[in-house]
Ligand binder design. Structure first.
Ligand code: PA5
Length: 430
C-alpha cells in the first residue's frame, strides 16, 4: 500500500491539535464508508473498484490495441478531470523523448487559437513518405458541453471528416450516459461512445474510460493500473491509519495557519501527478471560504526559483513531495578522466538516483528547519500498479479530508462563475 513519511509535518502540530484532528478524521472516514456525507451520490469512484467491470477493461484494451496498430497521432480532447488523470499516468510511464506507439497530443484544455491552428497544421503535414498522418480523436466531456473541449472537438473532427473516409471510426466520444451536445453528435455521426458513470465526477474519473482509453493507447497496461487501485481499495478497507494520519495532519496544519500546499516531486515524470492532485484537492476543498491552496512545482528545477520563498518567505505553507522508493534509473555519473577539471570527481560513478535522493533529503531537512512542514507520499516504484494505488489513495484521502472541512468534496459550484461571465460577454443565452 502507499506509505507516507510525515515526521517533519508532525513536529508542527501539537499533540492536542493532532488528537482532535485525528478524531474528526475517524468520523469523516465513516461518512465516506457509510455514504452519509454531502454528495454521497458521487462515490462511484469506490464502486467501480468494488465491482470491477472486466468486460469494459478488455474492450478498452482491445480498442486501444487496434488504434495503436493504425494511429500516428491520438488526440486527447478534454479539460480538467477529463484529461488530467490520463496525462498524469502517461507522462509518468512513457519515455521522455521517443514514442512508445502513437504520439499522444492534447487539445480542448484551453482556448488558444495559436495552439489549435498549429495543431491543425501539424496534423495536416504529411509524413516523410508523403502519406497523410493517421489521426484518431477522443473527445472527452462528461457534460458534453464544455466550451474549451467543444471548440477543439468541432475544429479537429471537421477536418477529419474532410480527409478520412472512415472518420467516424477514428473519432471516439467519452461522455455522460445521456444529455449534452456530445451525445447529440454521437447519435448523428455514429461515433463509438464510452460512458462516464453518473456517480463518478470528472476529477475522480481517471479509472473510467475517461483516462483508461488514452492510457491504453499510450501502451500502458490498464489492467495492472486498475487492479493496483483495486488492491489499494481493498487494503484501505482494512487499514485506514495512513489516510487518517495524513488527513489529520493536513487539517491541523490548515487550522494552525498553513494556507498553501506546494505539491512537488524530484522526479519530473511525476509532475503530471502533482497537476492531477492539484485539481483533485483544489476543486474539492476550495469552497465556502475554506481550503488550502494546492500549488504544483517541480524539483529540483523550482528550488532555483520559488525555493527561496519556500525556505525564507512567509511561514504559511506546507510541502507535499511524491517519492518513488526504488531507483527509476541506474544512470551514473562518468568516472573522472585525468584531471578533475569540472570538480565533480567526488560524484564519479555515483548514480543520479543517489544524488537526487540527497537533494530530496537535504531539502526536507532545510525546509523543515526553515519552518515548512514536509509530507512525503511514497510509492514503491514507478509502475502502473503503484500509480493505480496512488490514484485511489488520493481519492480516498480527498474525500476524508474535505469532509473534515464540512464541505461537499464532489461539486464545483465556483467553476461556474467564470463560465457565466464569459458566456454573457460572448452573447450566449445562459
Ligand atoms: O472535476 C470536474 O468535474 C471538472 O474538472 C471537469 O472534469 C471539467 O470541468 C470538465 O468537464 P466536462 O468533462 O463536463 O467537460
Amino acid at each position: 500500500m502507499i506509505t507516507t513519511d510525515v515526521k517533519s509535518a508532525r513536529s508542527f502540530v501539537s499533540d492536542d491539535e493532532y488528537a482532535e484532528a485525528f478524531e474528526l478524521a475517524e468520523k469523516t472516514y465513516q461518512q465516506v464508508k457509510n455514504q452519509t456525507g454531502a454528495g454521497s451520490e458521487w462515490l462511484g469512484w469506490q464502486r467501480i473498484l468494488k465491482e470491477p467491470n472486466d468486460a469494459e477493461l478488455e474492450e478498452l484494451t482491445s480498442h486501444a490495441e487496434r488504434i495503436r496498430e493504425d494511429a500516428d497521432i491520438f488526440i486527447v480532447c478534454g479539460i480538467g478531470g477529463s484529461y488530467t488523470g490520463a496525462m498524469a499516468v502517461i507522462k509518468a510511464l512513457n519515455p521522455y523523448f521517443k514514442n512508445n506507439g502513437p504520439e499522444i497530443l492534447y487539445a480542448g484544455h484551453h482556448m488558444s487559437g495559436k495552439y489549435l491552428k498549429q495543431l491543425m497544421e501539424y496534423l495536416q503535414t504529411p509524413k516523410e513518405d508523403g502519406e497523410l498522418k493517421s489521426v484518431y480523436l477522443n473527445g472527452i466531456s462528461k457534460s458534453g458541453s464544455t466550451l474549451e473541449t467543444a471548440l477543439a472537438f468541432r475544429t479537429i473532427r471537421a477536418w477529419m471528416h474532410e480527409v478520412y473516409e472512415d472518420a467516424a471510426d477514428r473519432i471516439i466520444a467519452t461522455t455522460g450516459k445521456e444529455g449534452g451536445v456530445m451525445n447529440k453528435i454521437v447519435a448523428e455521426e455514429g461515433y463509438q461512445k464510452y460512458i462516464i458513470p453518473d456517480d463518478v465526477g470528472g476529477r475522480f474519473s481517471v479509472l473510467t474510460p475517461v483516462g483508461l482509453l488514452p492510457i491504453a493507447v499510450a501502451g500502458i497496461d490498464i489492467q495492472t493500473l486498475y487492479y493496483g487501485a483495486v488492491s489499494e481499495y481493498e487494503g484501505r478497507e482494512q487499514d485506514q491509519e495512513t489516510i487518517l494520519e495524513y488527513a489529520a495532519l493536513r487539517y491541523a496544519l490548515l487550522k494552525n495557519g498553513h494556507a498553501l500546499d506546494v505539491l512537488t516531486s524530484f522526479e519530473p515524470e511525476l509532475i503530471g501527478f502533482t497537476a492531477w492532485i492539484q485539481q483533485l484537492l483544489g476543486e474539492s476543498e476550495g469552497k465556502e471560504g475554506k481550503g488550502m491552496f494546492p500549488a504544483m512545482a517541480g524539483y529540483s528545477t523550482d528550488l532555483h526559483s520559488i525555493g527561496q520563498i519556500i525556505q525564507e518567505g512567509r511561514r504559511n505553507l506546507i510541502e507535499t513531495i511524491l517519492v518513488a522508493k526504488k531507483p527509476i534509473s541506474d544512470f551514473k555519473v562518468q568516472e573522472t578522466q585525468g584531471e578533475d577539471i569540472d570538480q565533480l570527481g567526488y560524484l564519479s560513478g555515483r548514480s543520479f538516483h543517489q544524488i537526487n535522493k540527497s537533494a530530496l533529503d537535504g531539502t526536507v531537512e532545510a525546509h523543515t528547519e526553515g519552518g515548512v512542514p514536509v509530507l512525503k507520499i511514497i510509492i514503491e516504484e514507478l509502475n502502473a500498479q503503484q500509480l493505480g494505488k496512488l490514484i485511489y489513495f488520493y481519492e480516498l484521502f480527498t474525500a476524508v479530508y474535505v469532509y473534515m472541512l464540512d464541505v461537499n468534496p464532489f461539486n464545483q459550484p465556483g467553476v461556474e462563475g467564470y463560465k457565466k461571465a464569459m458566456y454573457k460577454l460572448l452573447g450566449k443565452d445562459v
